[in-house]
Design a protein around this ligand. Structure first.
Ligand SMILES: [Mg+2]
Length: 305
């Protein structure tokens, strides 16, 4: 069931909307704009019904905030108001609301508008998904990773569970391309992506091509011991593909892996840990390639081999 968020200070009005929609949708109610903002950034909604007049932060202000956040900016917002004057309606639409419903509600109109906007949203999501897939390897691309990792990072922060970020880089890939040509290099990238992604299939794993011969993944819920062991197996699986490399650099195509596990706390910056993972990848290269270098929850570095 798709999720709808109703943000309305009137409990009665929110309950009436919920009763109109709950046979088709999973409806959550937030009674303040602050709570609405928090829920919208932590959970995944297909639509927000937003009351304009509320004490404290009003609907227009919340709408602006939703538009500013990468995680919430694409969720369609329908404004609810008894203010039927043209100026308010205009202001809401200019701010990015997709539609307007005036009180008192007609249940059939509410349903029809909600259905239409959810349908449009799903079409758009599908098109976006296609634009978020890497053409060469078929795995997610960097854009999708950036979008999704932030949502999951916030979830892990809320649930106090470990979050691991790791980078993969095909070793001596430039040499491979120079020796065997780019079409062969492309095949290697696809084969490596397949070997890794087939081992990161849990709903708590996410894997993407980051750019060039670099890939990125996050794992939710595993402690550093488990993540570190698992990534070593994945590194071995790539080596076991036995794709011949240029013999002057290596027998087989391999990957170096760098990562970090952290239990995100409020105020922790995702970008900071992404940089740590990238630095660990650099260390894996420095220490001889085809190995995993990890940073655990206590910021201790762990080396394979
Ligand atoms: Mg109100």
């Amino acid at each position: 069931m798709e999720k709808i968020l109703v943000v309305d200070d009137s409990a009665l009005q929110a309950a009436s909307l919920k009763s109109i929609l709950e046979d088709m949708y999973d409806v959550t109610i937030a009674q303040t704009a602050e709570e609405g903002l928090h829920r919208a950034s932590c959970e995944v909604y297909s639509l927000i019904l937003l009351d304009v007049v509320m004490p404290g932060m009003d609907g227009f202000t919340l709408l602006k905030k939703l538009q500013e956040e990468i995680v919430t900016q694409s969720i369609p917002v329908i404004l609810l108001t008894s203010l039927s004057d043209v100026h308010n309606e205009y202001q809401g639409l200019v701010l990015g609301a997709v539609d307007y419903i005036t009180k008192p509600f007609n249940p059939l109109i509410v349903k029809a508008r909600v259905n239409t906007h959810i349908k449009l949203y799903n079409y758009r999501k599908l098109a976006e998904q296609q634009s978020m897939t890497d053409q060469l390897t078929g795995v997610a691309n960097r854009r999708r990773y950036d979008h999704y990792s932030k949502i999951k990072w916030n979830e892990a922060m809320r649930q106090h569970i470990p979050f691991s970020i790791c980078f993969f880089d095909v070793d001596r890939f430039k040499v491979y391309n120079d020796t065997f040509g780019h079409p062969s290099g492309d095949k290697v990238l696809a084969a490596v992506a397949k070997a890794i992604s087939s081992r990161l299939q849990r709903s708590t794993d996410f894997f993407a091509r980051y750019g060039g011969e670099e890939f990125v993944a996050f794992l939710v819920g595993d402690d550093s011991d488990k993540a570190f062991c698992y990534l070593q197996k994945i590194r071995q699986a790539v080596e076991d593909l036995h794709i011949p490399h240029d013999p002057s650099v290596s027998e087989w195509v391999t990957v170096s892996i760098g990562g970090v596990t952290v239990i995100p706390q409020t105020g922790n910056d995702y970008g900071f840990y992404l940089k740590i993972a990238d630095t660990m990848l650099y260390d894996a290269k420095k220490f001889g390639r085809n190995r995993v270098v990890w940073v655990d929850e206590n910021m201790n570095q762990r080396l394979e081999k």
